[in-house]
Write a protein that binds this ligand. Sequence first.
Ligand code: UD1
Length: 426
Amino acid sequence: MDKIIVKGGQTKLQGEVEIEGAKNAVLPLLAATLLASKGEVVLTNVPILSDVFMMNNLVDHLGTSISFDQEAKKIIAKANSEIKTTAPYEYVSKMRASIVVMGPILARNGQARVSMPGGCSIGSRPIDLHLRGFEQMGATITQNAGYIEAKADKLKGAHIYLDFPSVGATQNLILAATLAEGVTTLENAAREPEIVDLANLLNKMGANVKGAGTDTIIIKGVEKMHGAKHSVVQDRIEAGTFMVAAAMTQGDVLIKDAIAEHNRPLISKLSEMGVNFTQEETGLRVVGPEKLKATSVKTLPHPGFPTDMQSQMAAAQAIAAGESVMVETVFENRFKHLEEMRRMGLEVDITRNTALIQGNSNLQGAAVKSTDLRASAALILLGLVAKGQTTVRRLSHLDRGYYKFHEKLKALGADIVRVKDEDGEE
Ligand code: UD1
Protein backbone atom coordinates (compact mmCIF):
# COMPACT_ATOMS: atom_id res chain seq x y z
CA MET A 1 0.00 0.00 0.00
CA ASP A 2 1.01 3.66 -0.28
CA LYS A 3 1.80 6.28 2.31
CA ILE A 4 1.37 10.05 2.22
CA ILE A 5 4.21 12.30 3.32
CA VAL A 6 3.35 15.91 4.21
CA LYS A 7 5.86 18.59 5.10
CA GLY A 8 4.04 21.10 7.23
CA GLY A 9 4.33 24.35 9.07
CA GLN A 10 4.60 26.84 6.23
CA THR A 11 1.75 26.06 3.87
CA LYS A 12 -0.95 28.64 3.19
CA LEU A 13 -3.35 26.86 0.83
CA GLN A 14 -4.40 29.02 -2.09
CA GLY A 15 -6.42 28.55 -5.25
CA GLU A 16 -9.56 26.72 -6.33
CA VAL A 17 -10.71 23.18 -5.69
CA GLU A 18 -13.33 21.07 -7.42
CA ILE A 19 -15.49 18.77 -5.36
CA GLU A 20 -16.74 15.34 -6.47
CA GLY A 21 -20.19 13.81 -6.27
CA ALA A 22 -21.05 12.50 -2.81
CA LYS A 23 -19.97 8.99 -1.86
CA ASN A 24 -22.79 8.79 0.67
CA ALA A 25 -25.31 9.73 -2.02
CA VAL A 26 -24.08 7.50 -4.83
CA LEU A 27 -24.03 4.27 -2.77
CA PRO A 28 -27.80 4.28 -2.06
CA LEU A 29 -28.43 5.58 -5.61
CA LEU A 30 -26.68 2.48 -6.93
CA ALA A 31 -28.83 0.31 -4.66
CA ALA A 32 -31.88 2.14 -6.05
CA THR A 33 -31.02 1.03 -9.59
CA LEU A 34 -31.98 -2.51 -8.46
CA LEU A 35 -35.60 -1.38 -8.25
CA ALA A 36 -35.95 -0.79 -12.01
CA SER A 37 -37.24 -3.78 -13.94
CA LYS A 38 -36.63 -2.16 -17.32
CA GLY A 39 -34.58 0.65 -18.89
CA GLU A 40 -31.30 2.25 -17.84
CA VAL A 41 -30.45 4.42 -14.88
CA VAL A 42 -27.73 6.85 -15.89
CA LEU A 43 -25.80 8.45 -13.04
CA THR A 44 -23.42 11.33 -13.72
CA ASN A 45 -20.97 13.19 -11.44
CA VAL A 46 -20.04 9.82 -9.92
CA PRO A 47 -16.97 9.92 -7.65
CA ILE A 48 -14.18 7.45 -8.42
CA LEU A 49 -13.76 5.74 -5.07
CA SER A 50 -13.11 2.23 -3.83
CA ASP A 51 -16.52 2.14 -2.08
CA VAL A 52 -18.19 2.91 -5.43
CA PHE A 53 -16.32 0.04 -7.11
CA MET A 54 -17.46 -2.27 -4.33
CA MET A 55 -21.09 -1.23 -4.67
CA ASN A 56 -20.87 -1.54 -8.46
CA ASN A 57 -19.65 -5.12 -8.08
CA LEU A 58 -22.43 -5.98 -5.66
CA VAL A 59 -25.23 -4.44 -7.77
CA ASP A 60 -23.84 -6.03 -10.92
CA HIS A 61 -23.67 -9.41 -9.18
CA LEU A 62 -27.30 -9.04 -8.13
CA GLY A 63 -28.41 -8.60 -11.73
CA THR A 64 -28.39 -4.91 -12.75
CA SER A 65 -25.53 -4.61 -15.27
CA ILE A 66 -23.17 -1.81 -14.37
CA SER A 67 -20.80 -0.03 -16.71
CA PHE A 68 -18.64 2.74 -15.27
CA ASP A 69 -17.06 5.26 -17.65
CA GLN A 70 -14.54 6.76 -15.26
CA GLU A 71 -13.38 9.49 -17.58
CA ALA A 72 -16.94 10.75 -17.95
CA LYS A 73 -17.68 9.99 -14.24
CA LYS A 74 -20.81 8.23 -15.51
CA ILE A 75 -22.44 4.93 -14.58
CA ILE A 76 -25.01 3.19 -16.76
CA ALA A 77 -27.05 0.67 -14.79
CA LYS A 78 -29.04 -1.57 -17.12
CA ALA A 79 -32.11 -3.02 -15.43
CA ASN A 80 -32.92 -6.70 -15.45
CA SER A 81 -36.37 -8.30 -15.37
CA GLU A 82 -35.07 -10.47 -12.52
CA ILE A 83 -32.54 -9.91 -9.75
CA LYS A 84 -30.89 -12.32 -7.31
CA THR A 85 -32.00 -12.65 -3.70
CA THR A 86 -28.65 -13.22 -1.99
CA ALA A 87 -26.01 -10.53 -1.36
CA PRO A 88 -22.99 -12.72 -0.53
CA TYR A 89 -20.35 -12.21 2.12
CA GLU A 90 -17.51 -11.46 -0.30
CA TYR A 91 -19.40 -8.45 -1.71
CA VAL A 92 -20.92 -7.13 1.50
CA SER A 93 -18.42 -7.77 4.27
CA LYS A 94 -16.10 -4.87 3.49
CA MET A 95 -18.66 -2.09 3.36
CA ARG A 96 -21.43 -1.35 5.80
CA ALA A 97 -23.36 0.76 3.30
CA SER A 98 -24.04 -2.36 1.25
CA ILE A 99 -26.89 -3.19 3.65
CA VAL A 100 -29.02 -0.75 1.60
CA VAL A 101 -29.43 -3.38 -1.11
CA MET A 102 -31.69 -5.27 1.31
CA GLY A 103 -34.68 -2.94 0.80
CA PRO A 104 -34.63 -3.15 -3.02
CA ILE A 105 -34.09 -6.93 -3.08
CA LEU A 106 -36.93 -7.49 -0.61
CA ALA A 107 -39.22 -5.13 -2.50
CA ARG A 108 -38.61 -6.84 -5.83
CA ASN A 109 -38.34 -10.50 -4.80
CA GLY A 110 -40.40 -10.75 -1.62
CA GLN A 111 -37.30 -12.13 0.05
CA ALA A 112 -33.73 -11.06 0.67
CA ARG A 113 -30.66 -12.77 2.10
CA VAL A 114 -27.85 -10.36 2.95
CA SER A 115 -24.56 -11.08 4.67
CA MET A 116 -23.99 -9.07 7.87
CA PRO A 117 -22.23 -5.89 6.70
CA GLY A 118 -18.75 -4.58 7.58
CA GLY A 119 -17.26 -1.09 7.18
CA CYS A 120 -15.45 1.55 9.22
CA SER A 121 -14.66 0.49 12.77
CA ILE A 122 -16.50 3.34 14.46
CA GLY A 123 -18.62 1.74 17.12
CA SER A 124 -20.86 -1.28 16.87
CA ARG A 125 -23.28 0.22 14.30
CA PRO A 126 -26.26 -2.13 14.58
CA ILE A 127 -28.99 -2.43 11.93
CA ASP A 128 -31.95 -3.06 14.24
CA LEU A 129 -33.86 -0.01 12.92
CA HIS A 130 -33.64 -1.29 9.34
CA LEU A 131 -34.92 -4.71 10.35
CA ARG A 132 -37.69 -3.46 12.64
CA GLY A 133 -38.96 -1.31 9.76
CA PHE A 134 -39.03 -4.28 7.38
CA GLU A 135 -40.95 -6.26 10.03
CA GLN A 136 -43.51 -3.50 10.31
CA MET A 137 -43.94 -3.78 6.54
CA GLY A 138 -44.82 -7.44 6.96
CA ALA A 139 -41.45 -9.17 6.63
CA THR A 140 -40.26 -12.00 8.83
CA ILE A 141 -36.61 -11.64 9.78
CA THR A 142 -34.28 -14.48 10.69
CA GLN A 143 -30.55 -14.67 11.17
CA ASN A 144 -28.65 -17.67 9.93
CA ALA A 145 -24.94 -18.41 9.53
CA GLY A 146 -23.85 -14.78 9.18
CA TYR A 147 -26.76 -13.90 6.91
CA ILE A 148 -29.90 -11.90 7.62
CA GLU A 149 -32.94 -13.25 5.85
CA ALA A 150 -36.17 -11.33 5.28
CA LYS A 151 -39.34 -12.78 3.77
CA ALA A 152 -42.68 -11.22 2.93
CA ASP A 153 -45.19 -12.44 0.35
CA LYS A 154 -45.83 -8.79 -0.48
CA LEU A 155 -44.43 -5.85 1.47
CA LYS A 156 -47.19 -3.66 2.86
CA GLY A 157 -47.08 0.05 3.59
CA ALA A 158 -46.78 0.88 7.31
CA HIS A 159 -46.44 3.77 9.75
CA ILE A 160 -42.86 3.52 11.02
CA TYR A 161 -41.33 5.63 13.77
CA LEU A 162 -37.53 5.52 13.88
CA ASP A 163 -36.11 5.70 17.43
CA PHE A 164 -33.13 7.53 15.94
CA PRO A 165 -32.97 9.27 12.53
CA SER A 166 -30.59 6.69 11.06
CA VAL A 167 -29.43 7.58 7.57
CA GLY A 168 -29.08 3.97 6.41
CA ALA A 169 -32.40 2.83 7.93
CA THR A 170 -34.24 5.78 6.36
CA GLN A 171 -32.74 4.93 2.95
CA ASN A 172 -33.39 1.20 3.21
CA LEU A 173 -37.01 1.71 4.25
CA ILE A 174 -37.69 4.29 1.52
CA LEU A 175 -36.20 1.86 -1.02
CA ALA A 176 -38.36 -1.03 0.25
CA ALA A 177 -41.51 1.11 0.39
CA THR A 178 -41.32 2.28 -3.24
CA LEU A 179 -42.68 -1.06 -4.51
CA ALA A 180 -44.73 -2.00 -1.42
CA GLU A 181 -48.51 -2.20 -1.43
CA GLY A 182 -50.02 1.02 -0.04
CA VAL A 183 -48.56 3.98 1.81
CA THR A 184 -45.54 4.02 4.12
CA THR A 185 -44.92 6.89 6.50
CA LEU A 186 -41.48 7.28 8.06
CA GLU A 187 -41.48 9.44 11.16
CA ASN A 188 -38.31 10.85 12.73
CA ALA A 189 -36.59 10.13 9.41
CA ALA A 190 -33.04 11.27 8.63
CA ARG A 191 -32.94 14.63 6.81
CA GLU A 192 -29.50 14.51 5.18
CA PRO A 193 -29.08 15.98 1.65
CA GLU A 194 -28.19 12.45 0.50
CA ILE A 195 -31.73 11.32 1.45
CA VAL A 196 -33.15 14.11 -0.72
CA ASP A 197 -30.89 13.02 -3.58
CA LEU A 198 -32.15 9.44 -3.25
CA ALA A 199 -35.80 10.54 -3.28
CA ASN A 200 -35.14 12.70 -6.36
CA LEU A 201 -33.74 9.74 -8.31
CA LEU A 202 -36.51 7.40 -7.13
CA ASN A 203 -39.20 9.84 -8.25
CA LYS A 204 -37.55 10.08 -11.68
CA MET A 205 -37.66 6.26 -11.79
CA GLY A 206 -41.43 6.30 -11.27
CA ALA A 207 -41.65 6.13 -7.46
CA ASN A 208 -43.80 8.41 -5.33
CA VAL A 209 -41.74 9.76 -2.44
CA LYS A 210 -42.67 12.99 -0.66
CA GLY A 211 -41.17 14.88 2.27
CA ALA A 212 -37.50 13.91 1.87
CA GLY A 213 -35.40 16.48 3.72
CA THR A 214 -38.02 16.71 6.48
CA ASP A 215 -38.53 14.31 9.37
CA THR A 216 -41.69 12.81 7.85
CA ILE A 217 -41.37 10.97 4.56
CA ILE A 218 -44.41 9.52 2.79
CA ILE A 219 -43.98 6.85 0.15
CA LYS A 220 -46.88 5.60 -1.99
CA GLY A 221 -46.04 2.20 -3.41
CA VAL A 222 -46.03 1.82 -7.20
CA GLU A 223 -46.21 -1.32 -9.37
CA LYS A 224 -43.01 -0.96 -11.36
CA MET A 225 -40.01 1.30 -11.78
CA HIS A 226 -37.92 2.22 -14.80
CA GLY A 227 -34.75 3.97 -15.98
CA ALA A 228 -33.87 7.63 -15.37
CA LYS A 229 -31.02 10.16 -15.56
CA HIS A 230 -29.56 11.78 -12.48
CA SER A 231 -26.52 13.82 -11.47
CA VAL A 232 -25.13 12.93 -8.02
CA VAL A 233 -25.28 15.75 -5.45
CA GLN A 234 -21.98 17.35 -4.41
CA ASP A 235 -20.02 15.77 -1.55
CA ARG A 236 -20.59 18.13 1.38
CA ILE A 237 -18.05 16.25 3.48
CA GLU A 238 -15.28 16.59 0.89
CA ALA A 239 -16.22 20.28 0.50
CA GLY A 240 -16.21 20.65 4.29
CA THR A 241 -12.80 18.99 4.55
CA PHE A 242 -11.32 21.59 2.18
CA MET A 243 -13.04 24.37 4.16
CA VAL A 244 -11.24 23.14 7.28
CA ALA A 245 -7.98 22.81 5.32
CA ALA A 246 -8.20 26.48 4.28
CA ALA A 247 -9.19 27.48 7.81
CA MET A 248 -6.20 25.73 9.39
CA THR A 249 -3.53 27.04 7.01
CA GLN A 250 -4.45 30.76 6.87
CA GLY A 251 -5.50 29.75 3.39
CA ASP A 252 -7.58 31.45 0.72
CA VAL A 253 -9.46 28.74 -1.15
CA LEU A 254 -12.44 28.88 -3.48
CA ILE A 255 -14.56 25.73 -3.11
CA LYS A 256 -16.09 25.54 -6.57
CA ASP A 257 -19.91 25.32 -6.72
CA ALA A 258 -20.06 24.65 -2.96
CA ILE A 259 -23.59 24.28 -1.62
CA ALA A 260 -23.33 26.36 1.57
CA GLU A 261 -26.83 25.25 2.61
CA HIS A 262 -25.56 21.68 3.06
CA ASN A 263 -22.71 22.79 5.31
CA ARG A 264 -24.44 25.34 7.58
CA PRO A 265 -23.35 23.92 10.95
CA LEU A 266 -19.72 23.64 9.84
CA ILE A 267 -19.68 27.13 8.32
CA SER A 268 -21.25 28.51 11.48
CA LYS A 269 -18.62 26.87 13.74
CA LEU A 270 -15.70 27.87 11.51
CA SER A 271 -17.01 31.46 11.40
CA GLU A 272 -17.07 31.42 15.20
CA MET A 273 -13.40 30.37 15.06
CA GLY A 274 -12.56 33.42 12.93
CA VAL A 275 -12.83 32.00 9.40
CA ASN A 276 -14.22 34.24 6.69
CA PHE A 277 -16.70 32.97 4.08
CA THR A 278 -17.75 34.83 0.95
CA GLN A 279 -20.28 33.52 -1.55
CA GLU A 280 -18.96 34.21 -5.05
CA GLU A 281 -20.49 33.45 -8.41
CA THR A 282 -18.38 30.33 -8.93
CA GLY A 283 -18.27 29.05 -5.38
CA LEU A 284 -17.61 29.71 -1.73
CA ARG A 285 -14.38 31.46 -0.77
CA VAL A 286 -12.87 30.41 2.56
CA VAL A 287 -10.19 32.54 4.18
CA GLY A 288 -8.46 31.31 7.32
CA PRO A 289 -7.46 33.74 10.12
CA GLU A 290 -3.96 34.15 11.50
CA LYS A 291 -5.04 32.27 14.61
CA LEU A 292 -8.17 30.13 15.00
CA LYS A 293 -10.26 30.63 18.15
CA ALA A 294 -11.25 27.65 20.32
CA THR A 295 -14.80 26.37 20.05
CA SER A 296 -17.22 23.73 21.34
CA VAL A 297 -18.77 21.27 18.92
CA LYS A 298 -21.34 18.51 19.37
CA THR A 299 -22.11 16.11 16.53
CA LEU A 300 -25.77 15.47 15.76
CA PRO A 301 -27.93 14.10 12.94
CA HIS A 302 -28.49 16.59 10.09
CA PRO A 303 -29.03 19.55 10.25
CA GLY A 304 -26.72 19.37 13.27
CA PHE A 305 -22.93 19.22 13.04
CA PRO A 306 -22.01 16.10 10.98
CA THR A 307 -20.11 13.30 12.67
CA ASP A 308 -18.26 12.86 9.37
CA MET A 309 -16.62 16.28 9.95
CA GLN A 310 -15.75 15.55 13.60
CA SER A 311 -12.16 14.41 13.08
CA GLN A 312 -11.29 17.18 10.61
CA MET A 313 -12.80 19.75 13.00
CA ALA A 314 -10.80 18.22 15.86
CA ALA A 315 -7.66 18.85 13.78
CA ALA A 316 -8.64 22.54 13.57
CA GLN A 317 -9.35 22.63 17.31
CA ALA A 318 -5.91 21.10 17.90
CA ILE A 319 -4.24 24.30 16.67
CA ALA A 320 -6.79 26.85 17.95
CA ALA A 321 -6.03 29.31 20.76
CA GLY A 322 -7.19 27.73 24.03
CA GLU A 323 -9.26 24.73 25.03
CA SER A 324 -11.93 23.33 22.71
CA VAL A 325 -14.60 20.74 23.39
CA MET A 326 -15.71 17.97 21.03
CA VAL A 327 -18.73 15.85 21.92
CA GLU A 328 -19.54 12.89 19.66
CA THR A 329 -23.17 11.80 20.01
CA VAL A 330 -23.77 9.86 16.78
CA PHE A 331 -21.17 7.09 16.99
CA GLU A 332 -19.46 5.50 19.95
CA ASN A 333 -15.73 4.93 19.70
CA ARG A 334 -15.07 7.63 17.10
CA PHE A 335 -12.06 9.29 18.78
CA LYS A 336 -9.29 6.95 17.64
CA HIS A 337 -7.74 9.70 15.49
CA LEU A 338 -7.14 11.73 18.67
CA GLU A 339 -4.83 8.98 19.92
CA GLU A 340 -2.86 9.27 16.67
CA MET A 341 -2.82 13.08 16.98
CA ARG A 342 -1.22 12.64 20.42
CA ARG A 343 1.81 11.33 18.54
CA MET A 344 2.08 14.80 17.02
CA GLY A 345 2.02 16.46 20.44
CA LEU A 346 -1.71 16.97 20.92
CA GLU A 347 -2.88 17.23 24.52
CA VAL A 348 -6.35 15.82 24.79
CA ASP A 349 -8.42 14.56 27.66
CA ILE A 350 -11.05 12.00 26.63
CA THR A 351 -13.93 10.98 28.87
CA ARG A 352 -16.43 8.72 27.13
CA ASN A 353 -17.82 10.75 24.19
CA THR A 354 -16.27 14.08 25.21
CA ALA A 355 -12.80 15.30 24.28
CA LEU A 356 -11.15 18.38 25.79
CA ILE A 357 -8.63 19.50 23.20
CA GLN A 358 -5.79 21.87 24.16
CA GLY A 359 -4.88 24.07 21.22
CA ASN A 360 -1.17 23.94 20.46
CA SER A 361 0.65 25.94 17.81
CA ASN A 362 3.76 23.83 18.21
CA LEU A 363 2.67 20.40 16.99
CA GLN A 364 5.37 18.23 15.45
CA GLY A 365 5.11 15.95 12.44
CA ALA A 366 5.12 12.22 13.19
CA ALA A 367 4.35 8.81 11.71
CA VAL A 368 0.62 8.12 12.11
CA LYS A 369 -2.00 5.67 10.88
CA SER A 370 -5.49 6.34 9.56
CA THR A 371 -8.04 4.81 11.86
CA ASP A 372 -11.08 5.37 9.64
CA LEU A 373 -12.07 7.23 6.49
CA ARG A 374 -12.50 10.76 7.85
CA ALA A 375 -9.66 10.35 10.36
CA SER A 376 -7.30 9.80 7.43
CA ALA A 377 -8.14 13.24 6.04
CA ALA A 378 -7.90 14.82 9.50
CA LEU A 379 -4.38 13.46 10.06
CA ILE A 380 -3.25 14.83 6.69
CA LEU A 381 -4.75 18.24 7.56
CA LEU A 382 -2.86 18.28 10.84
CA GLY A 383 0.27 17.29 8.92
CA LEU A 384 -0.12 20.50 6.88
CA VAL A 385 0.39 22.64 9.98
CA ALA A 386 2.64 20.48 12.20
CA LYS A 387 6.32 21.31 11.98
CA GLY A 388 8.44 18.86 10.00
CA GLN A 389 7.32 15.69 8.31
CA THR A 390 4.16 13.67 8.87
CA THR A 391 3.75 10.23 7.35
CA VAL A 392 0.20 8.91 7.09
CA ARG A 393 -0.32 5.18 6.52
CA ARG A 394 -3.34 2.88 5.96
CA LEU A 395 -4.56 4.90 3.02
CA SER A 396 -7.15 2.28 2.07
CA HIS A 397 -9.44 4.26 4.39
CA LEU A 398 -8.75 7.50 2.51
CA ASP A 399 -9.41 5.91 -0.88
CA ARG A 400 -12.90 4.86 0.22
CA GLY A 401 -14.04 8.47 0.29
CA TYR A 402 -11.56 10.98 -1.17
CA TYR A 403 -10.59 11.15 -4.85
CA LYS A 404 -6.99 12.35 -5.41
CA PHE A 405 -6.92 14.08 -2.05
CA HIS A 406 -3.16 14.65 -2.05
CA GLU A 407 -3.21 15.96 -5.63
CA LYS A 408 -5.94 18.45 -4.81
CA LEU A 409 -3.97 19.66 -1.76
CA LYS A 410 -0.77 19.84 -3.80
CA ALA A 411 -2.52 21.96 -6.44
CA LEU A 412 -3.41 24.35 -3.59
CA GLY A 413 0.26 24.59 -2.59
CA ALA A 414 0.75 21.81 -0.06
CA ASP A 415 4.12 20.03 0.15
CA ILE A 416 2.68 16.52 -0.10
CA VAL A 417 3.50 13.29 -1.93
CA ARG A 418 1.98 9.85 -2.12
CA VAL A 419 4.54 7.07 -2.51
CA LYS A 420 4.78 3.29 -2.28
CA ASP A 421 5.34 2.22 1.29
CA GLU A 422 8.55 0.23 1.13
CA ASP A 423 8.00 -1.02 4.70
CA GLY A 424 5.15 -2.96 3.15
CA GLU A 425 2.58 -1.91 5.72
CA GLU A 426 -1.03 -1.75 4.61
C1 UD1 B 1 -24.28 7.15 7.28
C2 UD1 B 1 -23.07 7.58 6.49
C3 UD1 B 1 -21.88 7.84 7.40
C4 UD1 B 1 -22.29 8.84 8.49
C5 UD1 B 1 -23.56 8.39 9.20
C6 UD1 B 1 -24.09 9.42 10.19
C7 UD1 B 1 -23.35 6.49 4.35
C8 UD1 B 1 -22.88 5.45 3.40
N1 UD1 B 1 -22.73 6.54 5.55
O1 UD1 B 1 -23.93 5.93 7.93
O2 UD1 B 1 -20.82 8.35 6.63
O3 UD1 B 1 -21.25 8.91 9.45
O4 UD1 B 1 -24.61 8.16 8.23
O5 UD1 B 1 -24.27 10.65 9.58
O6 UD1 B 1 -24.22 7.27 4.04
N2 UD1 B 1 -28.02 2.91 14.45
C9 UD1 B 1 -28.69 2.01 15.24
N3 UD1 B 1 -29.51 1.10 14.63
C10 UD1 B 1 -29.67 1.09 13.27
C11 UD1 B 1 -28.98 2.01 12.49
C12 UD1 B 1 -28.15 2.92 13.11
O7 UD1 B 1 -28.57 2.00 16.45
O8 UD1 B 1 -30.44 0.24 12.79
C13 UD1 B 1 -27.10 3.86 15.12
C14 UD1 B 1 -25.66 3.64 14.69
O9 UD1 B 1 -25.04 2.64 15.47
C15 UD1 B 1 -25.04 5.00 14.91
C16 UD1 B 1 -26.21 5.94 14.57
O10 UD1 B 1 -27.39 5.17 14.65
O11 UD1 B 1 -24.70 5.17 16.25
C17 UD1 B 1 -26.10 6.57 13.20
O12 UD1 B 1 -26.10 5.57 12.20
P1 UD1 B 1 -26.68 5.82 10.74
O13 UD1 B 1 -27.30 7.17 10.67
O14 UD1 B 1 -27.50 4.64 10.39
O15 UD1 B 1 -25.37 5.82 9.89
P2 UD1 B 1 -25.06 5.02 8.58
O16 UD1 B 1 -26.25 5.00 7.69
O17 UD1 B 1 -24.40 3.75 8.94
